[in-house]
Write a protein that binds this ligand. Sequence first.
Ligand SMILES: Cc1ncc(COP(=O)(O)O)c(C=O)c1O
Ligand SMILES: Nc1c(O)cccc1C(=O)C[C@H](N)C(=O)O
Length: 402
Amino acid sequence: MTRDDARALDARDPLAAYRDRFTLPADTLYLDGNSLGALPAHVPAALANAATRQWGDRLIRSWNEGWFDAPERIGARIAPLIGAAPDEVIVGDSTSIHLFKLIVAALRLDPARRTVVSEAGNFPTDLHVAEGAVTCVPGARLRVVAREDLADALDDDTALLLLTHVHYKTAARFDMPAWTARAHAAGALMLWDLSHSVGAVAIDLADADLAVGSTYKYLNGGPGAPAFVFVAKRWQDCLDNTLSGWMGHAAPFAFEDGYRPAPGMARWRTGTPGILSMAALDAALDVWDGVDMTAVAAKSAALFEILARAGTALGLECVTPRDPAARGSHISFRHRDAYALTQALIARGVIGDFRDPDILRLGLTPLYLSHEDVWRAGDILRETIETAAWQDPAFATRNAVT
Ligand SMILES: Cc1ncc(COP(=O)(O)O)c(C=O)c1O
Ligand SMILES: Nc1c(O)cccc1C(=O)C[C@H](N)C(=O)O
């Protein structure tokens, strides 16, 4: 693939116009939108409006003018991106907090089932939260097994199968209908973490019971943006939220001593939502209105091919599945000094990230990366490896986050 080939792909890219809806530094090739999505250009004005007009002028009245309903209203905007109904999704809290609520709820549903099954190497918060959640339910336990042993781990003690749809390191994607069906065949509930798949791949939760996901990655909601939680309609009146805060009460402003859960998704609220973060997410979702996920998937596959070929030509091991249906929208290479390599790339304006111990991870966000951008990133990767630039001792010092 030459630079001209990449330009030719850009010339017929149906998503090309979306690039102008984002603010990105001119000297940067941003391949980390799978960790923190880029800034949609109109979001600062929406934030300023939320601060100066809604907060500054309207003050407390704003709770009646859109703030109170924000979790449900914004959740309904995310629903079509995950194949859910508008009244099956709300936003608020973080993915970790939603995981806690749902794991405890699933364990409390059927006292005869005591085990949560999850995958070794799942994103740490999923495993850590599950580890804590099982201590809140008598007799409950967490069973963490390798991917190839998951099917055998499901039995008549399994209350919940907790899987991350697209793996944060390798981008390997579970077959959602098949795994939901396996969980159900064992009599368990299925909880999907969609953090690395929402906005990256087309999702149809279909028969799934529960889901959570981050909005600050492909949905570009901003750092720490409120996460979403999905509960299938058939479970909404049966599952209880242990973090039973006043905002999930049937009548929060009746100020009753006793807790009565709100009907529907509102019971998954806990405390007062962070309205400024909600405002940023709400505005960021404008970009996703009407986006054709088939076009996103096709472009993601084309961007992947550009980097996969560049990396393979350099002798890098690609740990991401080659089949587009079996992966998300990032590509990961194994390198014995992946940390230094990542830092050398960042110093050259290619922002990706390192995942311990040996993974260089590059996010492919079809809304704001062109084929030529990704070709250039591949070319800078080539130059960095061929000149052994990553061996500079300056790149060996570890930062806290990337
Ligand atoms: C699969 C997965 N779940 C959850 C999270 C994050 O959860 P939280 O937003 O609560 O930090 C991440 C990334 O940070 C993730 O990759
Ligand atoms: N949530 C993050 C944060 O607060 C700081 C830095 C990175 C993150 C991430 O999103 C990490 C990400 N989930 C990952 O896949 O590695």
